[in-house]
Write a protein that binds this ligand. Structure first.
Ligand SMILES: Cc1cc2nc3c(=O)[nH]c(=O)nc-3n(C[C@H](O)[C@H](O)[C@H](O)COP(=O)(O)OP(=O)(O)OC[C@H]3O[C@@H](n4cnc5c(N)ncnc54)[C@H](O)[C@@H]3O)c2cc1C
Length: 426
């Protein structure tokens, strides 16, 4: 195991820049905490609207999830149209689902029209059914999609499954043709350039230690001095620490772990996933995998531990999860293993808005590749006072739970219960 790197595979192909140590501005219109997809997308909008904008990150740009995710792009609002209709009524539910579609369309247009260099590939996703019952539900849902919200879906029977994956692990599944993939690190670096080109200043290795209300807005105490800001955006998602206890009580940081195999050769990878698609499955404790952009390796991820662990310690478990699907990879060498913190919410919805004058945008429930650039853009537009920044999820109530203060004590028993239900096929 000693030769397994704990850096994301993405860093083998793109270097995270070390930003020059420029002086900090004394005062700005907008200060954004977090230089991931959300923060950089918001910064691009506020700077383009003429607001002096500073983005700071405690680590490197993209050090959070944005530089270390799986790069899978899918329609990403978790609750179904039916569930949203029961909560908010049909009209708002429809508008919320449209936001999810817009998010994918926005990323597509950034990549294909606006020159955002992120290895965009529209190969679709195979969604594997873990049980026969899951397959029946999936096939029914594919046939009965809500009108006006249809996605291009093909139902794949178990007999046809080997066209998608060299495995009999699943009971069939569905192909979502509109799904895509990106190189996540290249995406965050491209969003950095866009924000900077619009005039935003970005400082890395600059942790925000406190945010205090002041006469003009806020005094932001950072590890590199105090900055006065008229408006502040928390774009910290799964890394939201003690800075704002109100937000911390509303997001659940959960570790998501990934491994990359040693190069297997393009032909072998193509034989495992013949269409080169993303793959996810219908388990509660979901796994996700895909070929690497160069087609040489498999990148495999999921929830590998009951409680958080060093990613290297998760290699045996992730490898055995992968080998249950692909027994032929039982003894393959693993070269990289890494972890990042996604932000779940109690209603499985993303949230954006303002609390006591502090803007926030977070809670993508592990689906922020399309959602974070899109809602980041929208919150940036809101901060710039632009009407087009309004969304269907503005000011949804952002729930917490009694006795939850930011440490998810319920995670281990929940993962254990979900795993047990998956194992017995409930
Ligand atoms: C292993 C893994 C796989 C994933 N796979 C997928 C996938 O395939 N598809 C998908 O849609 N989503 C995926 N995700 C989720 C997705 O990556 C995130 O939802 C998305 O990147 C969130 O972006 P963000 O900008 O909001 O947050 P982040 O990129 O996490 O950025 C938050 C930033 O805030 C900074 N920060 C926090 N506190 C402070 C402070 N006090 N001062 C300064 N800076 C601070 C952190 O350093 C961090 O850089 C995955 C995540 C992980 C971990």
């Amino acid at each position: 195991m000693s030769d397994v790197l704990s850096t994301p595979l993405w860093q083998d192909h793109a270097a995270i820049p070390v930003l020059p140590e420029l002086p900090m501005p004394a005062e700005v219109d907008v200060l954004i905490v977090g230089a991931g997809y959300t923060g950089l997308s918001a910064a691009r909008e506020t700077a383009a609207a003429g607001r002096s904008t500073l983005v700071v990150d405690a680590g490197a740009v993209g050090a959070g999830c944005s530089g270390r995710n799986g790069g899978q792009v899918a329609y990403s609002i978790k609750p179904s149209f039916k569930a949203l209709s029961a909560r908010y009524g049909e009209k708002r539910a429809f508008a919320i689902c449209q936001e999810g579609r817009e998010a994918v369309a926005y990323l597509r247009s950034l990549a294909t029209r606006d020159g955002v260099d992120c290895d965009w590939r529209e190969r679709g996703c195979f969604y594997g059914a873990h049980t026969r019952h899951h397959f029946a539900v999936m096939a029914r849902e594919a046939r009965q999609q809500p009108q006006g919200l249809e996605q291009r879906i093909t139902v794949v029977s178990r007999a046809q499954q080997r066209q998608e994956i060299e495995s009999d692990f699943y009971h069939g599944g569905c192909v979502y043709h509109d799904d895509a993939s990106v190189d996540p690190l290249r995406l965050v670096l491209a969003l950095l350039r866009r924000a900077q080109d619009s005039g935003a200043a970005v400082r890395d290795q600059c942790a925000v230690q406190a945010i205090r209300i002041s006469r003009i807005g806020f005094d932001v105490l950072t590890s590199r001095g105090v900055v006065k800001a008229r408006n502040v955006l928390l774009a910290t998602n799964g890394y939201s620490g003690p800075l704002s206890p109100w937000h911390r009580r509303r997001v659940i940081p959960i570790g998501s772990y990934q491994i990359a195999t040693a190069p297997l050769g393009v032909e072998r990878v193509r034989s495992l996933i013949p269409q080169g698609r993303n793959v996810v499955d219908s388990r509660r404790v979901v796994v996700y995998f895909r070929p690497s952009p160069d087609g040489e390796c498999i990148i495999f991820g999921g929830r590998a531990a009951l409680a958080e662990k060093n990613p290297l310690a998760c290699v045996p478990r992730l490898r055995s999860m992968m080998a249950r699907i692909f027994p032929q990879l039982q003894s393959v060498r693993i070269t990289h293993a890494w972890v990042g913190w996604v932000a779940y919410t109690f209603d499985t919805m993303p949230h954006l808005g303002q609390h006591k004058g502090l803007y926030y945008c977070m809670g993508y429930c592990g689906q922020g590749v399309p959602l974070a650039p899109y809602f980041g853009k929208r919150i940036g537009q809101q901060m710039a006072g632009l009407e087009e920044g309004r969304t269907a999820i503005d000011d949804l109530s952002f729930p917490s739970r009694p006795y939850y203060f930011g440490t998810p004590w319920f995670l281990a028993p929940s993962v254990w219960a979900y795993r047990t239900m998956d194992a017995v096929g409930i």
